[in-house]
Design a protein around this ligand. Structure first.
Ligand SMILES: Nc1nc2c(ncn2[C@@H]2O[C@H](COP(=O)(O)OP(=O)(O)OP(=O)(O)O)[C@@H](O)[C@H]2O)c(=O)[nH]1
Ligand SMILES: [Mg+2]
Length: 331
């Protein structure tokens, strides 16, 4: 597994609870102070005690800001689409926060910096907040890390959160866990792009946007996606009803108002019970992720000979893995 599960990096004691006035920070955040927002996001990002205290303080007075996730193959136009959506939302006088996540990169990577540049037109608008989240070694998984940033942005009074993720498979599904509505963005002319939109991602799609509708092949792409949708059996929208397949031209804004409307309609349909159930699933996933990290850690500190013997016994079926885990965790 990746460094995502390294507990030492997750809690680096860089954030000393005595150093930050967490209640004060939460208060200033709620009042919409820009500096407090940046500081709170950093605290949430670092993790550990301070982050926990902050998230707890914010939980006392929760707002439910809709979270719309955009995911899909590289280059399909997610960032451009987010920028166009921001434009539409601003025309409707909504305050927008956009978070870009790159789970494949331990630090802010090139794609995210590219995003910044592309979203530059909104840079001077005080009612637009754009930030990239580096998927650092947070104990508890990526979804938790993003959820912390969303909670902070929520408290700061934004009306909607747009979330872009670059990455494949599991990480996109993790992002979908924290979004009320997930838009899968495809585009014609990306070669194998439709193959890249694998069944797993299609399952979490609430809306399909075929972007770059100005290019040839957009109708074909839309038809192919509709056919793939027909085959899926689970997925949130399969339960809720039809998944809209929309075509957009992010560069001109064509179809973007319709996309924003569809996202607003679906997120308004999410019930508090569904939100609660999702939060509970996240908590369970978090425990499971931490359990995995603790076991890996316990294995690391075993003397090499003991470790080899244990691994060999489990491999050969001679040891009960559950019992081995219990012994490892009990020290
Ligand atoms: N012709 C056309 N080009 C577009 C459209 N939308 C985006 N593009 C272009 O497609 C390229 C990729 O767009 P991005 O918005 O960076 O795509 P992305 O999905 O965010 O890419 P990653 O973050 O790298 O995964 C850019 O050159 C955009 O200008 C569109 O509707 N039509
Ligand atoms: Mg992008």
């Amino acid at each position: 597994m990746s460094g995502n599960s390294d507990p030492h990096r997750a809690d680096p004691h860089r954030a000393d609870p005595r150093r930050t006035d967490i209640a004060g920070l939460a208060g200033r955040l709620r009042e919409g102070e820009t500096r407090a927002l940046a500081k709170a996001l950093t605290v949430a990002d670092i993790g550990g005690e301070e982050a926990r205290a902050l998230l707890q303080a914010l939980d006392e007075d929760r707002r439910e800001t809709p979270v719309v996730g955009l995911t899909g193959p590289p280059g399909s136009g997610k960032s451009t689409l987010i920028s166009a959506m921001i434009r539409t939302l601003r025309e409707r006088d909504m305050r927008v926060a956009a978070l870009a996540v790159d789970p494949s990169s331990p630090k802010s990577g090139g794609a995210i910096l590219g995003d910044r540049a592309r979203m530059g037109e909104h840079g001077s608008d005080p009612h637009v907040f754009i930030r990239s989240i580096a998927a650092r070694g947070h104990l508890g998984g990526l979804a938790l890390n993003i959820q912390a940033s969303i909670d902070v942005v929520n408290a700061a009074g934004f009306d909607i959160v747009l979330l872009e993720t670059v990455g494949a498979g599991q990480s996109e599904i993790e992002v979908a866990q924290v979004a009320d509505v997930t838009v899968v963005v495809g585009a014609p002319g990306l070669g194998d792009d439709l193959q890249a939109i694998k069944a797993g991602i299609l399952e979490v799609a609430d809306i399909l946007a075929v972007n770059k509708a100005d290019l040839p092949g957009a109708d074909d792409a839309a038809r192919q996606l509709e056919a793939m949708l027909g085959l899926r059996t689970v997925g949130r929208s399969a339960i809720r009803g039809e998944t809209p397949v929309l075509t957009t031209v992010a560069t001109t804004g064509e179809g973007v108002a319709e996309l924003v409307d569809a996202a607003a309609r679906l997120s308004a349909a999410v019930t508090p019970e569904e939100r609660n159930a999702r939060a509970e699933r996240q908590a369970v996933d978090r425990l499971a992720t931490i359990a995995g990290a603790l076991v890996r850690d316990a294995l690391k500190v075993l003397p090499a000979g003991d470790r080899r013997a244990l691994v060999e016994q489990v491999r050969a079926g001679a040891a009960d893995p559950a019992e081995a885990v219990r012994r490892l965790l009990n020290g």
